[in-house]
Design a binder for this molecule. Sequence first.
Ligand code: GLN
Length: 554
Amino acid sequence: MKESLGGVLLDFLFLWEVIMTKYVFVTGGVCSGLGKGITASSIALLLKAKGYKVFMQKFDPYMNVDPGTMSPIQHGEVFVTADGCETDLDLGHYERFIDEELNYTSNITNGKIYSSVIEKERRGDYLGATIQIVPHISNEIKNKIYEAGVSSKADIVITEIGGTVGDIESSVMMESLRQFRMEQGVENSLFVHTTLVPYLFGSNELKTKPTQNSIIDLRRLGIQPDIIVTRSNMELGDAIKNKISLFGSIPKENIIEAIDVNNIYQIPINFHKQNIEDIILNQFKLPIQPSNLKYWEDLIDTVSNLKKEIEISLVGKYVELHDAYLSVMEALKHAGYKHNRKVIINWVNSESLEKENANLDEIFKNSKGILVPGGFGQRGIEGKIKACEYARTHNIPYLGLCLGMQIAVIEFARHVCQIEDASSREFKETCKNPIIDLMAEQKTIINMGGTLRLGNYECSIQKNTLTHKIYKADKILERHRHRYEFNNKYKEELEKHGLVFSGINEPSNLVEIIEYPKHPFFVACQFHPEFKSRPTRPHPLFDAFLKAAIDYKK
Ligand code: GLN
């Protein structure tokens, strides 16, 4: 009896949250790369600035359960949430814009949806039904949207749908959104569609046909957009807006222009000037309070008036695709904002450093800091070790992130402690001295997906270290994504030569941060601080690294 009462109460609370939450969906048309993620983030930021609690979610229509097993060249960076989910890089934009921690409900893929439905079918949950795309898959998708609303207790959930309208992959997701609108009505659900209005050279005009067609594509799926966000490289003007309004059945004021900008953080302000948040709140019949955007306007002001430049070398193996290092790039920029510097990244392909005739003096000539970010696999490792050695021996500030820390200790073991054949089991299974090794529990793992050490872990910071000065804290929480660990067997030897293990995860006795006090700034960590950096609040490690880079004198 008690249990069923509790059950009824839970059902009621669930329903209450569903009723109270409003849902914004952001779709994209014409082509990819129009900035749907930034559009969704900007809308969320503006609604938050009006005093509403927001939460964000991304639907990715691929069959991978998560992007964790994908190559960064395919997909760009894998962003990690505090609760340890490997997610799409757009979640990084979301967190940086709305400054809220997202979680496992924030990134849903077709792979996740299908495997969950198949698991339920195998368990017998469907009681003999024939399992179909509609309603079983579509219900599962809708449930994920409701779950985000209920678990976050947000006033407004903003869900971005990856891909482009008309893709086979996303068709069930779109069908679920159609049903969602039926269930929730216009007062509780709103569709924002982002499209392209290209400028044609020669005929010198902006063209609305791709936008018109894309709206037709959306309507074919049973969805009429409420707001159109048009990406263009110039102002549309009245005539173009009238045309989109007429053919798309969109009130003219609901056409929001997203004109190209140099700095993505400008977009919320541009949308705010066109009242996008008021349009949304009006449709939801929610009260409209004044916006609190002063902090963001100050940020734009800082970003647009950076007086000096500073070059940092980023040594990685996926440097041809900058998106593979998106959060690192952003974190460097954020530190730059604080120190009034425009950070120029010198992209260094680690494999190029391995060539015999590689001229490191030339490559790092203008760099005031060297950063080795995360990575997997053996390719390009020796080049990274060379870059780290160069930074150490030339007193150039060094920041190592995850793999960058493993590189730093291997380099130190090889060249300072003279430990022969020092390496990581990841690069050389048979190495004599595995300074970096697999933990016992990782040795029995068969599945690659979702089995890394992921998400938040605690780190205790040793007093009287540079790290302690940087963090000004005894305990911190940072996000992880790695399989290998520092091998404590070598700790004493490295310490004897001056390396300091300044951050430790005490429960598992794992090395989290190292520093080398004989060097002006040689700091590396086993986690990914870049995920926690915010434009208005740079991460302490990036902040300190950039400060050291500014102070660096050859
Ligand atoms: N490849 C290393 C490991 O798995 C480092 C991972 C990373 O840099 N994210 O431990």
